[in-house]
Design a protein around this ligand. Structure first.
Ligand SMILES: Cc1cc2nc3c(=O)[nH]c(=O)nc-3n(C[C@H](O)[C@H](O)[C@H](O)COP(=O)(O)OP(=O)(O)OC[C@H]3O[C@@H](n4cnc5c(N)ncnc54)[C@H](O)[C@@H]3O)c2cc1C
Length: 392
């Protein structure tokens, strides 16, 4: 067995995903101590030991090309890794996305050679992490309504405004910020900037609004006359929405995979509990009502897995696939909600105590029907592809 995650010898998506999933699950079982995972919930942070294990075995910067020190892996491996780490703790998905997800992918696609050289290698060692900052108080689903403003100065840009609900911001040192450079053009007047955490006028404040694990660490970002140099612009002026939306397939399939990982853990835990728990003289697992709940969960998990894999195969064969990626995200996040609800039901009161892992994962998975494009937005994308743009 290799000691770092690799793409193996095959181009077959199913095999690549299975191999990556098995490698990462093995890593989680052998190298990541259960007490480190408990620290995440008790102290609201991801322990450095986990970051070190991930760095040592190639999980940081999974999608960063080998020229910049990354594993250079594709969407299939990235999603399989997200599924495998999320089985143990969905918040660990942030470690993978902050080093190989939205912002790193955008830097790789739109960055100048200097930007790639500067920002990509530190992501692969755990020295650096990114956050992706699009959402504002008045601009969530309607991203084009952004009002954070970037104005030209003699040799750069001055940014004013704020962002909210930004994941992983507390441990990030590099922020991909979408700001308006031409308000009159709305969505076509947005641009993308790379902002360092220590930039004067930039402030990160933790907000613990998420009701899952405290380790989610959502944050508010404030820009008060925050001046960044010209070379902070990522991509061309006015391309901000394009930069933000370019990783849409990856983001949606990644969230679908996180939900798949969490749901897989929950149905297995619920099955074990049903075998161990006796009521009225027989194990819960002998009752048809309970068996049917488990069977429905297993069926929906299998359907989500097949949809995710088929969409990745289509994308690797050149399909644009926005509606398919939306369908995978929509189905998987809503499937996870149903599976989590059944798991809590099977655990009874033990599933709803504040220290219950089952209850915590139930809450962790719930946020994915909102983050990365809410269910209604995914339905809008799917319906638009079916009905065409001319029907409003
Ligand atoms: C855990 C978590 C992590 C996040 N991380 C990040 C991050 O790292 N970076 C970042 O930029 N953002 C992040 N977000 C923000 C997220 O992207 C937004 O919450 C999401 O886009 C929805 O925006 P909103 O919350 O403002 O809801 P709104 O846009 O106000 O929508 C509220 C509800 O109305 C529905 N709705 C909206 N418009 C319509 C319509 N036309 N028709 C029907 N229904 C509609 C929505 O689907 C939703 O259910 C995160 C959110 C969460 C919960």
């Amino acid at each position: 067995m290799t000691t770092t995650v690799t793409s193996g010898q095959t181009t077959d998506v199913r095999t690549r995903m299975e191999e990556t999933r098995a490698f990462v699950r093995g890593l989680m079982e052998k190298k990541v101590k259960p007490e480190w995972l408990r620290t995440m919930d008790a102290e609201g942070r991801t322990p450095d030991e986990i970051v070190e294990v991930f760095a040592e075995h190639g999980l940081l910067g999974l999608t960063v090309p080998g020229d910049f020190g990354g594993a250079g892996l594709g969407l299939a491996e990235y999603c399989a890794a997200q599924e495998a780490v999320s089985r143990s703790h969905p918040v660990l998905s942030i470690l993978l996305s902050s080093t190989g997800g939205l912002a790193p992918t955008a830097i790789n696609r739109f960055g100048t050679p200097e930007q790639k050289e500067k920002y990509l290698p530190p992501l692969t060692t755990g020295q650096s992490r990114t956050s992706f900052a699009l959402t504002e108080a008045e601009a969530g689903s309607d991203a084009a309504a952004i009002t954070t403003r970037a104005e030209r100065t003699a040799d750069g840009w001055r940014i004013n405004g704020s962002k909210q609900f930004i994941s992983g911001a507390e441990s990030a040192d590099l922020f991909l910020v979408i700001a308006s450079t031409d308000p009159a053009k709305r969505g076509r007047g947005l641009s993308a900037f790379l902002v360092g955490r220590d930039t004067p006028g930039f402030q990160v404040t933790r907000i613990d609004h998420a009701f899952g694990s405290p380790a989610w660490t959502l944050a508010e970002l404030r820009f008060d006359d925050c001046v960044v140099p010209q070379e902070s612009l990522l991509g061309e002026l006015g391309q901000g929405l394009k930069v933000a939306l370019s990783s849409l397939n990856e983001g949606r399939l990644s969230v679908a995979s996180i939900c798949l990982g969490g749901a897989s853990y929950l149905v297995e835990a619920a099955a074990e509990h049903a075998k161990a728990r006796t009521t009225f003289g027989a194990p819960l697992a002998s009752r048809q009502a309970i068996r049917f709940m488990l069977a429905d969960s297993v069926t929906e998990i299998a359907a989500a897995r097949a949809l995710i894999r088929a969409t990745i195969e289509d994308i690797e064969h050149g399909a644009q696939a926005p509606a398919n990626a939306s369908a995978a995200k929509l189905f998987s996040s809503e499937m996870a909600g149903r599976v989590a609800d059944r798991a809590v039901q099977i655990f009874g009161a033990n599933g709803v105590t504040s220290d219950s892992v089952i209850g915590r994962i139930f809450r962790d998975l719930r946020v994915f029907r909102i983050g990365e494009g809410a269910s209604e937005v995914q339905r809008m994308v799917i319906a638009k592809e079916l009905l065409g743009k001319e029907v409003a």
